[in-house]
Design a protein around this ligand. Structure first.
Ligand SMILES: NC(=O)C1=CN([C@@H]2O[C@H](COP(=O)(O)OP(=O)(O)OC[C@H]3O[C@@H](n4cnc5c(N)ncnc54)[C@H](O)[C@@H]3O)[C@@H](O)[C@H]2O)[C@@H](O)CC1
Ligand SMILES: [K+]
Length: 475
């Protein structure tokens, strides 16, 4: 029975290799009970609900692997319920993997056939996409690309089986082109690629069917989806007998001339999320008060980076002048949790000595790069980062022994020990100047109040994404 995976707390994320392991364990424990039968049945149930009520046939695109097998089972069950079904496949039945070959034989025995091209001029009530699943190994091209283009242009809903064809389930990268599904029914468990990079734009509404696989058959995995906050992401209730010192003193350094707002945004967010006190070290010495948030204190940045604080953040509007580099060097020597963002990351990227200092820190370090900053830190291109966001963020976590939030669609939070989470809140409304500064402020607030660094970063990313969005005004 498919469920909404976002109702689960921290559901695990399975890469293609993990899914093969699950299949292997299942087959050993339940010989002769292919998971494909359950997958096709679940897909047919969902397809019944999604198909437009117009009497138009359902188009089923079936590929050369087991994703195509799922599609053929779906087609047979839909036809048995009285739906008109048009199967389109160029797969050679003699070369199908065993379960898919059985699905093909059953479809043929039930009187089904397959067209070798999408019929021109025909409209459909639903497209079932079973071209490629987690077995995608290269870019989609040729006839497959043409079919995907046709499917994407159809007016009816599209239901993708397991993952939208063309989307890499491990990374969320579109390889060549991909089906833009309205719904994706994914099997066994969530895949990381459904949640990050191009995944959310292509998967539509996600449905998950575990196909009855027992939880003890699932391998331990490093990744999980940050669907909801867990107890570890929440601060304990505030004792009534408390004072501002209990909730920490945070320092935020940045705000060079022309970019003062970045530091103010971070500081304001830190107060809003409950830091006991926040002092800004603004590089533009003309600014010594925030009339919109007069609770913010101001201190010379050189003094603030060396002050005894509960948490220090460096970066919002920092700039890359010589003064900023010196401030970063002093900050890296601090013994409190340190959040580095924006130009602090750019300075780090261009300076091997500072990078080495960062990696040797004994106090926690948290990095919040966007893909461009991550690319500079890794000395690669933004495209390379986006091609495998989990790998890039994991490499940064290892290299800097840091907790890292790689921002973007499906922010990836990685930890030095190898664990990672993909955030599921937020949206494109966050793609605006000042958004990252606010995230820095939220992280700072949670750290100031004593939350463990990895949990604070995850909680901040989730909370930032959950804030009410004010959509940009339509022009
Ligand atoms: N692992 C399991 O236990 C289960 C798997 N199931 C289905 O099986 C799928 C995985 O099946 P497969 O491993 O057979 O993989 P796929 O069906 O995703 O595709 C593999 C086939 O496509 C070819 N191929 C890959 N990329 C191509 C490209 N760009 N252009 C042309 N050909 C390409 C491969 O050479 C291979 O023949 C899952 O996504 C899911 O739909 C389900 O039946 C449920 C259970
Ligand atoms: K698919």
């Amino acid at each position: 029975m498919p469920i909404d995976p976002f109702t689960l707390v921290s559901p695990p994320l399975f890469a293609a290799a993990d899914l093969r392991e699950i299949e292997h364990r299942w087959t050993a424990a339940h010989p002769g009970r292919p998971l494909m039968a359950g997958a096709g049945a679940a897909a047919a149930d969902l397809a019944c609900m999604l198909a437009r009520d117009t009497g138009e046939p359902i188009l089923v695109l079936a590929g050369p692997g087991n994703n195509g097998g799922d599609a053929l089972v779906t087609a047979r069950l839909l036809a048995a319920q009285g739906f008109r079904v048009v199967v389109v496949s160029r797969a050679d039945p003699a070369r199908l993997p065993p379960d898919a070959a059985r699905a093909w034989a059953d479809w043929r025995d039930a009187g089904g056939n397959a067209l070798t091209d999408v019929p021109a001029g025909q409209s459909f009530g639903l497209v079932v996409d079973g071209l490629y699943g987690v077995g995608l190994v290269r870019a989609i091209e040729g006839e497959d690309a043409r079919w995907i283009g046709l499917a994407n242009a159809m007016a009816c809903p599209r239901l993708a089986l397991d993952v939208p064809s063309g989307l890499d389930g491990d990374t969320g990268q579109v390889r060549g082109c991909a089906v833009r599904a309205d719904h994706t029914l994914t099997f066994l468990g969530l895949k990381p690629g459904l949640l990050t990079a191009d995944g959310p734009d292509h998967a539509g509404t996600l449905h998950l069917d575990a196909l009855g696989v027992e939880p003890d058959m699932l391998p331990a995995v490093a990744g999980s989806a940050l669907t909801r906050l867990e107890a570890r992401h929440r601060l304990p209730p505030r004792p009534r007998n408390s004072h501002k010192g209990v909730f920490g003193h945070a320092g935020v350094v940045g705000g060079a001339q022309g970019m003062v707002g970045a530091a103010l945004i971070a500081g304001r967010a830190a107060l809003a999320y409950g830091a006991g006190a926040v002092t800004l070290g603004v590089l533009d010495a003309r600014v010594a008060v925030d009339y919109g948030e007069p609770r913010l204190m101001f201190a010379p940045p050189e003094r603030l980076v060396a002050a005894p604080l509960d948490v220090l953040a460096l970066g919002p509007g920092l700039g890359q002048a010589a003064q900023a580099r010196v401030l970063l060097e002093t900050a890296l020597a601090s013994t409190c949790p340190l959040v580095l963002d924006a130009d602090a990351l750019n300075l780090l990227a261009g300076d091997p000595a500072l990078s080495e200092m960062a990696a040797r820190r004994t106090a926690p370090t948290l990095l919040t790069p966007h893909p461009g900053e991550a690319a500079r830190l890794l000395a690669c291109g933004t495209y390379d980062v986006q091609a495998d966001r989990i790998a890039a963020a994991s490499m940064l976590a290892r290299r800097f022994r840091a907790h890292v939030a790689l921002k973007g669609a499906g922010t990836v939070v990685t930890h030095p020990q190898g664990r990672y989470a993909i955030n599921t809140t937020g949206g494109p409304h966050l793609a605006q100047a000042g958004s990252g500064d606010r995230l820095t402020g939220i992280v700072v607030a949670l750290l100031a109040q004593g939350m463990a660094p990895g949990d604070a970063l995850e909680a901040a990313v989730w909370r930032h994404g959950s804030e009410p969005s004010i959509p940009p005004a339509a022009i």
